[in-house]
Design a protein. Structure first.
Length: 535
């Protein structure tokens, strides 16, 4: 435990409660010192800004500024402070909001010494871990500042990008006191898996510390097994090693040992690409070989080692399966069938990745982009022109997402399938509504013609079964129910104008007066004559 006590501020609008907490809790047992108290939220906030305590114990409801507003404000300025909320049962949901804002814990009043002690123990443990982590990061940062001279890093990054002669390289190594030896070399390139893709997810200082920690673990592994040097790639987030080849050194085994050690001694997993053995003049070629091998983590998702010698590069001939699958894919798109479409898309991607000779990952990514453009072109042929901007936006957003692995690319394509089918379904629904409305107008004009569902469907050029389905979905009634409802409504209007029941039945297409009376009574609860008498 840290020697210096952690500081605590207590804030509650009940002075007696504050005094009781200060006097009756053995704070020294928890290595805590009460540095200040307040009886309202505004004073409490000022107190925290002045004293910057490690822990705050505060009520949730207080005058001037409630605990929720105070928690939000203080955590913006002091994100490391641990806030413990005290609340009554009626404030439980209010307290939960504070927890979502970043409060460390909450306690239900009245507090018991045991509950308070347990909570303080957890908070102190968390503070200790954070303090230890800060010390470790500071230690790593100091070591980093004391090592890796700038000239060495610059030279090594030039060495893997530009050809040089053996004599010139060895002369420069002597000047820089680099002990790389002579003869043949292997280049390995490591990439930290799941490295943040956007700058706002990781601070530069943190990125440097992480990469340095991985580099030091790799250095120790290589120095135990072979001669070489490890350094950060100046133009990417990768780490490079140049290793002196020897009879005792197995590049694959060393790469695997490096991957395991980095995973065991840091919280990060890495993928490593391994080149062929080359002379010093061909180090740039070996570097590119290692990068090419590393790109095959596209198939595994990371935490793997890849040797250039394992891969015969070249695009796999997938034409035989593509034509039919593409036809199926586009048919499903036109039908708005997202489930079947994603199933076919998955089969296509799996075929690219499950053949004996793997394609270069860039070729697979390119094929994925082609499929997206194929779907876009098909969509633009189907949906109205005003949806083109929406399609472009959806496609742009999807293409900005991660395609670092087969699974992420597959998910990207699945999302495009669902977006496309969603647009098709909306268009189908819109067209169905238009056709049903057109059919309704025709039905209303033809109530006296005694037409069938088939007649109505033919009028809007749909099959009888499909027309019946979309009519029910759109109107909430079957076609028959709608026709009867409208005929009864029309009959009521005629009855008000003193038309004879027999005449009304004939005009509305009923077989006879008796059948008309039965239907009318079923829907209105009265015979036509009774209904007219009641008006």
């Amino acid at each position: 435990m840290n020697d210096a006590p952690y500081t605590l501020c207590i804030i509650d609008d009940m002075e007696d409660a504050v005094e009781s907490l200060v006097k009756n809790i053995p704070w020294h047992d928890y290595n805590i010192s009460v540095c200040g108290t307040a009886t309202n939220g505004r004073d409490g906030l000022d107190l925290m800004k002045e004293l910057k305590p490690d822990i705050v114990l505060t009520d949730i409801r207080m005058p001037h500024m409630d605990g929720l507003e105070m928690v939000s404000s203080v955590l913006q300025d002091m994100p490391g402070v641990k806030i413990i909320i005290m609340s009554g049962y009626s404030d439980f949901q209010y307290a939960q909001k504070a927890i979502r804002l970043g409060a460390a814990d909450y306690l239900i009043k009245p507090l018991t010494p045991l509950e308070l002690g347990n909570t303080m123990g957890k908070v102190i443990s968390l503070l200790e871990k954070e303090r230890e982590q800060r010390l470790q990061e500071q230690s790593i940062e100091k070591k980093m500042n004391a090592s890796m001279p700038i000239l060495v890093k610059e030279h090594l990054n030039l060495l893997i990008r530009y050809e040089t002669s053996r004599e010139a390289a060895e002369r420069r190594w002597r000047d820089l006191q680099l002990k790389l030896g002579n003869g043949q070399f292997v280049v390995m390139v490591a990439e930290i898996d799941d490295w943040p893709l956007s700058d706002d997810r990781i601070q530069i200082q943190e990125a440097e510390i992480v990469r340095y920690a991985v580099q030091k673990i790799w250095e120790e592994t290589i120095l135990e097994s072979a001669g070489g040097i490890v350094f950060p790639d100046a133009y990417s987030n990768r780490i490079v090693s140049i290793i002196h080849d020897s009879a005792q050194m197995d590049p694959r085994k060393l790469g695997e040992e490096s991957r395991i050690n980095i995973g065991d001694y840091s919280k990060y997993k890495v993928s490593i690409g391994v080149s062929l053995v080359v002379p010093i003049e061909q180090l740039p070629r070996a570097y590119n070989q290692a990068l090419t091998a590393l790109s095959y983590n596209f198939y595994t998702g990371g935490n793997s080692i890849f040797c250039f010698s394992d891969y015969q590069l070249g695009m796999v001939d997938t034409a035989r399966c593509e034509t039919e699958k593409e036809k199926e894919l586009l048919l499903c798109l036109r039908a708005g069938n997202a489930d079947k479409m994603t199933e076919i898309m998955g089969q296509m991607v799996d075929h690219y990745c499950d053949v004996r000779q793997l394609s270069a990952p860039d070729d697979i990514i390119s094929r994925g982009n082609e499929l997206m453009f194929l779907m876009k072109r098909e969509l633009l042929d189907i949906v109205p022109a005003e949806h083109a901007a929406l399609i472009d936006k959806e496609m742009t957003d999807l293409r900005k997402s991660n395609t670092a692995s087969v699974q992420s690319m597959k998910q990207q394509l699945y999302d495009m399938c669902r977006v496309g089918c969603g647009l098709i379904q909306k268009e189908q629904e819109s067209e169905a509504i238009r056709l049903v409305n057109e059919a309704v107008e025709f039905i209303d004009r033809s109530l006296s013609d005694n037409l069938t569902i088939g007649d109505y469907a033919a009028h809007v050029h749909l099959s009888t079964s499909y027309f019946a389905k979309v009519f029910k979905k759109t109107k909430g009634l079957t076609v028959h129910q709608y026709v009867i409802r409208e005929k009864i409504a029309m009959a009521q209007k005629m009855l008000l104008h003193d038309k004879q029941v027999q005449e009304i039945a004939q005009e509305l297409g009923f077989e006879d007066r008796r059948y008309f009376t039965e239907v009318f009574k079923k829907h209105t609860g009265a015979t036509p004559t009774e209904w007219r008498s009641g008006q």
